[in-house]
Design a protein around this ligand. Sequence first.
Ligand code: GLV
Ligand code: MN
Ligand code: MN
Ligand code: MN
Length: 406
Amino acid sequence: MKDTAATVMERCDLLSNITEDAEGICRPYGSQSMREVNNIVSGWMRAAEMSVRQDSIGNLVGRYGGNGEKTLVLGSHLDTVRNAGKYDGILGVLLAVACVEELHAKNRKLPFAVEVVGFADEEGLRFGTTYLGSSVYAGDFDPARLALADRNETTLLRAVRDFGGDPEALVGGGRSGEDLIGYCEVHIEQGPVLEAMDLPVGVVTGIQGQSRIQAGFTGVAGHAGTVPMNGRRDALCAAAEFVLEVERAARAEPPAVATVGEIRALPGASNVIPAETRLAVDLRHPDDVSRVRLRDGLRRRAEDIAKERSCDNSWQVRQETAAIPMDERMTAKLAQAVERAGYPAHRLPSGAGHDAAQLAALTAPAMLFVRCKDGISHNPAESVTKGDVGVALDVLGHFVELLAEN
Ligand code: GLV
Ligand code: MN
Ligand code: MN
Ligand code: MN
């Protein structure tokens, strides 16, 4: 018998070699590697008798026809962070493709079509704002994002065009939700809960909210050897103070988590006092009111720090996503599918963001987590077992059949 889980693992290995960086996996939005991955995955989709298209931002959409008017959407994202693991996002897309391959091999047509989507940008690596792909698909794209620039000052507008997309079609170019039954995303857990409970999979209850902010400090460049310490307007010292403030603020309000994951100092020379810094702040909380309060408090602290150091400061909120509960009916079906596969359906919240949070604007979302080793993710050490991938595939198979029953 064909070992589909092994095929999924092999495909994750294969796609991990398609990257922008010489060392480590890195597949940002609009890159050549994204183009290559979309081509390879479309080949697998076509082989399973799916019709394939790429939408206006570059989401890869494969459709397996059914015997009815309705459509179920499955998927996750194909982009990655820098020095990523092999499974974050990719596993969910490839499991969805494998699920359709199994239907196709059995010549099974469901009473609904299955649409598999490989979203173009969930991580937000290039533009500091996440869910670009799924926000377009869900018809919830904010055109203000088109002006956001990457590290090389290339705007999103330009990046979409360069990729062969259609910036004019991003707004209102989403899919209609009228025919949709719902959306189901399989994803690695990226946390330690399932491993601690000795369970291969779990059912997600909801996704916590997040803010992503680009904070900046501007001081004055000067000679590192001649400007006395008390006359300096050092933008990196202001940023350093602010980074620790971000950590303190989140620690003071559990379960908040806050991270400054990227910082740039300009002009960037060892003998020049930094004139400008830009920081990427990522702030999350399961409660939206608490997150917004924290966010506003951090903004005031950035202003105070800038004033104390005679610097200017800037504050650009690049992303704001509310906490999203999963749909109860879809989640109950998924839990039933887990039980049919022979496991207890443990429910757990998601600390990480997922396209399902954005799909909630379009249809009823549900998510299945797959255990990952030591809970490690956003790290090349990300690891899952073939056995657990097999369980997830089995659950997905039961899930579509349960939906087909009524
Ligand atoms: C996605 O990986 C996120 O940042 O939560
Ligand atoms: Mn991720
Ligand atoms: Mn992900
Ligand atoms: Mn089974």
